[in-house]
Design a protein around this ligand. Structure first.
Ligand code: NAP
Length: 247
């Protein structure tokens, strides 16, 4: 993919899928601004890896559920690189529990980070994309939004909300050169899934027709395609990257 002259903003770029997306875009020549929640060491590693590919990197600590912090993030990215062409809403958390045991605080935390965070970033960035009459927004949903998952009522709600939000904004921006799509990963090897108990991992693997967990790069390639010029006529879509899990 050719992203020369483009600037991308990736949320949650310090680790996992977000880091793989930063590297995929940098490999194509994009300048990459990204944020993270608090893991400075991991963020420095992403900066180093992006720069090793010959691209420019800007890393900022920012809680995506806080509107003032998101506005400051977008301002800093535009000041550094002049524009934002690509937004990848990747930052996300889990607070798993069965409904009867799930606290209101854990419900709110997941909705705030995963759903409100994407809303705030799209709102702050779309102003610039409309002015440019060009933009690519890619939101990270999940296979769980399509199938549900016991113990993830909060997470599934946030990821299903991402799909509704993606399709609605796609309709709002379709005539202005801005596409909005979602990627729905299945079970991908990152810190998020490493936290799962071994029996849950084995059960998940058993439900994947391809018989293996995904790698962050599997998802990053799909995000890169939707963020590219080649995907100009695709909007409002949800692309499952899950080894066939959601069939
Ligand atoms: P991860 O390894 O846990 O990394 C999460 C990233 O998000 C980190 O960079 C973290 O920053 C950042 N982050 C968390 N809360 C934030 C906040 N409030 N503000 C800003 N940044 C925040 O997760 P992952 O597995 O790569 O998942 C990435 C996305 O894909 C998530 O939206 C997740 O729901 C989705 N997804 C993952 C899978 C999977 O199997 N892994 C499947 C489906 C969907 P720090 O490093 O500073 O903590």
């Amino acid at each position: 993919m050719d992203f020369k002259g483009r600037t991308a903003l990736v949320t949650g770029g310090s680790r996992g899928l977000g880091r793989a997306v930063c590297l995929e875009l940098a490999r194509g020549g994009a300048n990459v601004a990204f944020c993270y929640a608090g893991n400075e060491a991991a963020a420095r590693e992403t900066v180093r890896d992006v720069e090793a590919l010959g691209a420019k990197a800007l890393s900022l600590r920012c809680d995506v559920s806080d509107a003032a912090q998101v506005d400051a993030l977008v301002k800093a990215a535009v000041e550094a690189f002049g524009r934002i062409d690509i937004l990848v809403n990747n930052a996300g958390i889990t607070r798993d529990n069965l409904l009867m045991r799930m606290s209101e605080a854990d419900f709110d935390a997941v909705i705030s980070a995963n759903l409100k965070g994407a809303f705030l970033c799209m709102k702050a960035v779309s102003r610039h994309m409309l002015k440019q009459r060009y933009g690519r927004i890619v939101n990270l949903s999940s296979v769980v939004a399509l199938r549900g998952n016991a113990g993830q009522v909060n997470y599934a709600a946030s990821k299903a909300g991402i799909i509704g939000m993606t399709k609605s904004l796609a309709k709002e921006l379709a005539s202005r050169g801005v596409t909005v799509n979602a990627v729905a990963p299945g079970f991908i090897e990152t810190d998020m899934t490493a936290a799962l108990p071994e029996d849950a991992r084995a059960a998940a693997q058993g439900s994947i027709p391809m018989g293996r967990l995904g790698a962050p790069e599997d998802v990053a390639k799909a995000v890169g395609f939707l963020a590219s010029d080649e995907a100009a006529y695709i909007t409002g879509q949800v692309l499952a990257v899950d080894g066939g899990m959601s069939m």
